[in-house]
Design a binder for this molecule. Structure first.
Ligand SMILES: Nc1ncnc2c1ncn2[C@@H]1O[C@H](COP(=O)(O)O)[C@@H](OP(=O)(O)O)[C@H]1O
Ligand SMILES: [Mg+2]
Ligand SMILES: [Mg+2]
Ligand SMILES: [Mg+2]
Length: 336
């Protein structure tokens, strides 16, 4: 039998994402004011973002001590007197996950979070971590995802995403929640629930034309233009209402056939997408029979650092309709 690629990495990533997801779930139940702060770019960050990053980074260090990590958060706001209250809360939450022999001191906690400070790049391997993607979704009780990817020589090789609020079966929206998605390059895309380790292969829906398609897009119109997507829908003959949700749960949804097309249409000239917002999701899509590019049809380039500096926006869809979707995107965006 051929040995599965990255078997240990896959196992550790699943364990890390599941534990971090559980921290997020317990924080949500008990979230009180003062546990959310606003970053310089006005985006929110909560005690759960910091704890989830500390948990994942600690698991990664235990198993792959020399692997660098590109993580969204850093410990700046947890340091000193001003960070004391937040730091103590994050410390308590993080240690709640670990056994008595694994307990972190406050210094080790800050160090664990800051292991996410790697600059990224084109050579060797590194992890990309978004401890909570869709922090706004998390705060509003909507969709969010713990997203972890392994990038080797600039190519995403493994992606694991935990979506605590995503129904295990989209046809039963009130049924059990907590869906975990896993993709290894060349080995397909899989889903399992948080509680049962059996994995089911997933793939895009079998729509034959764009008219049958459903869009999946950000809730935040400041992250992706809703008005441009409506024009693109019209060109493609799409009549179904777009499904809006926060986070990379969008990549997960289309990969299992709940929707068909994820558009991220730039709103600002200056915003540059971050690798942790797309690494795991884009691999899941390609492994499930989809295609991913930026709005100009270029491959997402994960080899240029912490951001997708060479790309603009994201278009993900079933592979068979991708060129048609791109054509409509081009038609709408070129008129602007
Ligand atoms: N102007 C902008 N355009 C596109 N994405 C943006 C943005 N400002 C912030 N984001 C990113 O959008 C992510 C959420 O995406 P979505 O809208 O699909 O839920 C945020 O991730 P975090 O929540 O991890 O900070 C953040 O990185
Ligand atoms: Mg953020
Ligand atoms: Mg994010
Ligand atoms: Mg985040």
């Amino acid at each position: 039998m051929v040995k599965a690629a990255l078997a240990l990495e896959r196992k550790v990533a699943i364990q890390a994402v599941l534990q971090a997801s559980k921290v997020c779930q317990s924080v949500f139940k008990n979230l009180v004011s003062g546990e959310t702060i606003t970053k310089n770019d006005k985006s929110p960050v909560t005690v759960a973002d910091f704890s989830a990053q500390a948990v994942v980074n600690t698991y990664l260090r235990q198993h792959f001590p020399t692997d660098p990590i590109v993580g969204e958060e850093d410990s700046k706001d947890l340091r000193g007197e001003t960070g004391k209250a937040l730091r103590e809360k994050v410390h308590e939450l993080t240690n709640g996950v670990f056994s008595s022999s694994e307990q972190l001191t406050e210094d080790k906690l800050l160090e664990a979070i800051d292991r996410g400070n790697y600059a990224g790049g084109a050579t060797g391997r590194h992890w990309a971590l978004d401890p909570i993607d869709g922090t706004k979704g998390f705060l509003r009780g909507g969709q969010y995802a713990v997203c972890l990817a392994l990038i080797v020589n600039g190519e995403v090789q493994l992606g694991v995403m935990g979506c605590p609020n995503l129904p295990v079966d989209a046809k039963q929206p009130d049924g059990p929640r907590g869906s975990l998605f896993i993709a290894v390059k060349g080995e397909g895309a899989f889903q399992r629930s948080f509680t049962d380790s059996n994995e089911t292969p997933i793939k895009f829906s079998d729509i034959k034309s764009t008219q049958e398609a459903t869009f999946c897009e950000s809730v935040e119109s400041g992250h992706s233009s809703h008005s441009d997507s409506a024009k693109i829908a019209e060109l493609l003959g799409i009549t179904r209402e777009p499904v809006r949700m926060d986070s990379q749960a969008k990549y997960c949804s289309i990969s299992r056939g709940d929707g068909d097309i994820y558009l991220r249409l730039p709103v600002s000239e200056t915003y540059v997408e971050k690798i942790w917002d797309h690494a795991s999701g884009s691999l899941l899509v390609t492994e499930a029979g989809g295609a991913v590019s930026d709005v100009n049809g270029n491959k997402l380039d994960f080899s240029v650092g912490r951001t997708l500096l060479k790309n603009k926006g994201v278009i993900a869809s079933k592979a068979t309709i991708h060129s048609e979707v791109l054509k409509a995107v081009h038609e709408v965006l070129s008129k602007k």
